[in-house]
Write a protein that binds this ligand. Structure first.
Ligand code: 2AM
Ligand code: CA
Length: 257
């Protein structure tokens, strides 16, 4: 991929502009619609941010394709060439209920390989990003390689769906860890594993845009980001995932039945 520095500074400026739009929206009434269920919601701001990013990307990189959660982008059925995988708001329920604990996410893949990943925690003003082979950062701070901590010495985050769908697994994992957390943003939870605040994140069904940015960051700090079966992630479908250091990954897999 060419001109990584140019891409990086453009993306950072777009994320800050998009974050301003989100912060301004805190003072206005949101339009909220149900997608597939009572807990799967979308707001006017999800769409507005996706359109904003779509327009910026197509203006600067007209030959590249875009896969976005709100379907503003292209119909992506393969990962050939350069594909931007974007989630305008990760943690929409938190955005609606808390006005915090959500992120804007962008992953850039070339022929299926992740090159750039961005997870912007708007309210904390923490930008987690990674450039393939050049490390991962939180703002200006380089993130060290993760420690091989066992499950028993760390906090584990899981998605609400795991509690609802696989309560026995969730209970066993909780028992073997220092404690369980359910934060409602796959992106932030992945960023917090990458920065050592959590030892693992587990979710039984993540979409490509929930995964793409975080997987680039995870790889740069030596984390394992795989399906619970141990297989590689498939970015053309939903995946049941574990993000953890290799030791904790194996411990979690042993609890999986
Ligand atoms: P979202 O807010 O962008 O929808 C919550 O546990 C995490 O799972 C969030 O990152 C959320 O992303 C994601 N999520 C929520 N509903 C989902 C669905 N139907 N399919 C896949 N991921 C989902
Ligand atoms: Ca989203």
């Amino acid at each position: 991929m060419d001109q990584i520095d140019k891409r990086h500074s453009l993306i950072k400026s777009w994320l800050h502009e998009a974050a301003d739009l989100l912060r301004e929206s805190f003072n206005k009434e949101l339009e909220i619609k149900e997608k597939t269920s009572r807990t799967d919601l979308v707001t006017n701001m999800d769409r507005e941010i996706e359109v904003f990013l779509y327009e910026k990307i197509t203006e600067h990189f007209p030959d590249e394709r875009i896969l976005g959660e709100e379907s503003v982008g292209h119909d992506i059925r393969d990962l050939e060439g350069i594909v931007w995988i974007i989630d305008p708001i990760d943690g929409t329920l938190n955005f609606i209920k808390q006005r915090a604990n959500f992120a804007i996410m962008i992953g850039i893949y070339e022929d299926g390989v992740g090159h750039l990943g961005y997870i912007y925690d708007v309210v904390r003003d923490e930008l987690y990003f990674a450039i393939r082979h050049n490390g991962a950062f939180c703002n200006d701070r380089r993130l060290p390689l993760v420690e091989e901590l066992p499950l028993s010495e760390g906090l584990v985050a899981i998605s609400n769906r795991l509690v609802v769908a696989d309560a026995d697994e969730a209970r066993r994992i909780a028992k073997n860890s220092s404690g369980l957390r359910v934060n409602g943003s796959a992106g932030l939870e992945t960023a917090w594993v990458a920065s050592g605040k959590l030892v693992a994140y587990i979710a039984p069904s993540l979409a490509p845009w929930d995964i793409a940015a975080g997987m680039v960051i995870a790889e740069e700090v030596g984390l394992v980001y795989r399906q619970v079966t141990g297989e590689k992630i498939n970015l053309l479908q939903n995946n049941a995932v574990i993000v953890a250091n290799s030791h904790a990954f194996q411990e979690i897999r042993n609890e999986w039945r």
